[in-house]
Write a new protein. Sequence first.
Length: 292
Amino acid sequence: MVNILWFSLILLAVWFTTVLVRDLWHHRAELKAPFSTSGAIGFVVNFFDVLGIGAFAPQTALLRFTKQVPDRLMPGTLNVANTLPVLIQAIIFIRVIEVEPVTLVTMLASSAIGAVFGARIVSKLSENRIRLVMGIALLVTAGFMIVNGLQGIQGSGTAIGLSGWRLVLAIAVNAILGALMTAGIGLYAPCMALVFLLGLSPKVAFPIMMGSCAFLMPPASATFIKKGSYDRKAAIAMAIPGMVAVPIAAFLVKSLPLDTLRILVVLVVLYTAASMLTAYAKGRREKVNPSP
């Protein structure tokens, strides 16, 4: 089963690369230098994603601070830019830890299905709705990061698989998490909490989280690409360095003292959430009381 999943990930990577390259070629006039700022962001966030920091929340903060991507295109850009780096992570790590096949496959499939529907909805939202959704998403992400940092999400289970109502619940919740990820809520922390609460071994959290992201992001990102709801220049500028960063972190660095960095990331994410929600409130006021 693991071999089938691993081969499926390679096929997904080839398929998604084809979809992305075709779209970039048709819109190549948009791909003008400089790429340095977006490229640096892509490398940094994917490097620390492998080490457990997460990508979406700090990436949103950095992109917004440097004004690289309009708010309206932020969800699509995040998903498209990180798809290939996440697939590489999954290809590297999917063989390491054993998970009961039915549990793994059904949870991965449900997250992918949820993401397709989520992407269709998010890609149609107005810029101001995107600000509201992402502001809330960042607050939720910061909350999970704080709880995790305080060791409030810990698992003591030993099971490597689920059955009965626990499996049904896991499938349903992971579908919801897949949909929410397309709006900017990272899947890692809430999926980890789900795994722990259902009594699974903490060790199986990683392949489930990583596999869910790897299988949900290509179809979700393809939807954003089809609808043109992403920043092409920023996405490819972040994707290529991100793919380089993943094996460096996975094989060469492996671990770093990250507690101080996590605190800094939480503070930056909270600031970005506040700025998103402030911009949303301003947009609402302008809509109700338009300038003469």
